[in-house]
Write a protein that binds this ligand. Structure first.
Ligand code: SD4
Length: 337
């Protein structure tokens, strides 16, 4: 649970060590097991993941079960209740990766409540890494996943009708809007969600790493558009020798730099999770500073020592960290602009 004192303690710890060398991490003292996930809604997802980690469970099971909470939440921007594409259809993307480098992914999946679990089945039951569209849905149904009704949630329907008035694809900079309650992912005044994704990475008591990432993608995207979230190396990457990273924000920017793979490779070179995330964010800026200024991207990472960190382009990115029964708290991501 978020505890204000813990949060403040973390803040002062961060302030005390902020100017230290490149090995600086937000938590100077490594912890294990640990789970971290993107945005405020990560608090609820972490809580579920932690039930598995605290009893010695596997990181892979924790990151699947954790993000399923978010996928099922009606009050959230991830899953079937989220905003549709510009044709009015909700399409979901997800991927998962374990400590052995096994991975599975689904893209543009319709009418399935838990894309993350379908991604896991792709990983465990097929010779492939990625299934998309109709084929992914057929596979899910064959695996026993129920086909949900094709209908928008009341909130999404309202937002879509509003969007249709101009039919203009103008992604907003993803931020956490804290004005609407402590952990609630909320909509902007124009009805748009403030973000659409949860990415989660964990290390279990055995020291093994896994990660998951699941999203409805950018609201009102072109039909068929895939972002970074289902792409291994972009929205999620795990290397059990080094660390794990996941991303949120404008997927196109993350894909262009193979974002999470880059973060893990920076950690391999000796950078702390936070420093590695920062360097990846800087790479986005180096490619096109004007474009970067108009967008949001946030990375979070943990390393094999159980240190964590995050970094983003714009103010307003948060992530949730859990490493004890009474330590599940929000961290404000440091930002470049
Ligand atoms: C995408 N990265 O589809 C996702 C969107 C996201 O918060 O993270 N929104 O590009």
């Amino acid at each position: 649970m978020l505890n204000r004192r813990n949060f403040l303690q973390l803040g002062s710890l961060g302030a005390a060590t902020i100017f230290s060398n490149k090995l600086f991490a937000a938590n100077a003292k490594p912890v294990r097991p640990i789970v971290i996930s993107t945005w405020n809604e990560g608090i609820n997802a972490n809580r579920r993941a932690w039930e598995i980690l605290r009893t010695g469970g596997r990181a892979l099971d924790a990151v699947e079960a954790g993000v399923m909470v978010t996928e099922a939440s009606q009050n959230c921007c991830v899953g079937l209740g989220a905003n549709p594409d510009r044709d009015g259809i909700v399409t979901l993307d997800a991927c998962i990766m374990d400590e052995r480098g096994n991975c599975g992914s689904v893209g543009a999946l319709e009418r399935i409540k838990h894309p993350i679990s379908v991604a896991r089945r792709v990983m465990e039951k097929t010779p492939h890494v990625m299934l998309v569209g109709d084929g992914a849905q057929k596979f899910a149904v064959a695996e026993g996943f129920p086909l949900e009704p094709q209908q928008l949630s009341p909130d999404a329907e309202k937002a879509y009708k509003e969007w249709l008035k101009k039919s203009e694809y103008k992604p907003l900079i993803n931020i956490e809007n804290s004005g609407h309650g402590p952990f609630a992912p909320t909509r902007f005044d124009n009805g748009e969600w403030n973000h659409d994704t949860i990415g989660m990475i964990a290390m279990d008591a055995q020291g093994n790493l896994s990660g998951s990432c699941t999203t409805s993608g950018m609201g009102f995207k072109m039909r068929g558009r895939l972002g970074d979230s289902p792409i291994i190396g972009a929205g999620l990457y795990v290397d059990n020798e080094v660390g794990a990273a996941t991303a949120t924000g404008m997927g196109e920017e993350v894909i262009r730099i193979c974002g999470t793979h880059l973060v893990v490779e920076f950690m391999r070179q000796g950078l702390s999770p936070e420093a590695a995330c920062k360097k990846a964010v800087e790479r986005i800026v180096k490619k096109d500073a004007a474009r970067a200024k108009a967008n949001q991207v946030g990375f979070i990472a943990i390393n094999k020592q159980g240190q964590y960190g995050g970094y983003c382009l714009q103010k307003g990115f948060t992530f949730a960290v859990c490493h004890a029964d009474d330590k599940n708290f929000i961290v404000n991501g440091k930002h470049l602009f």
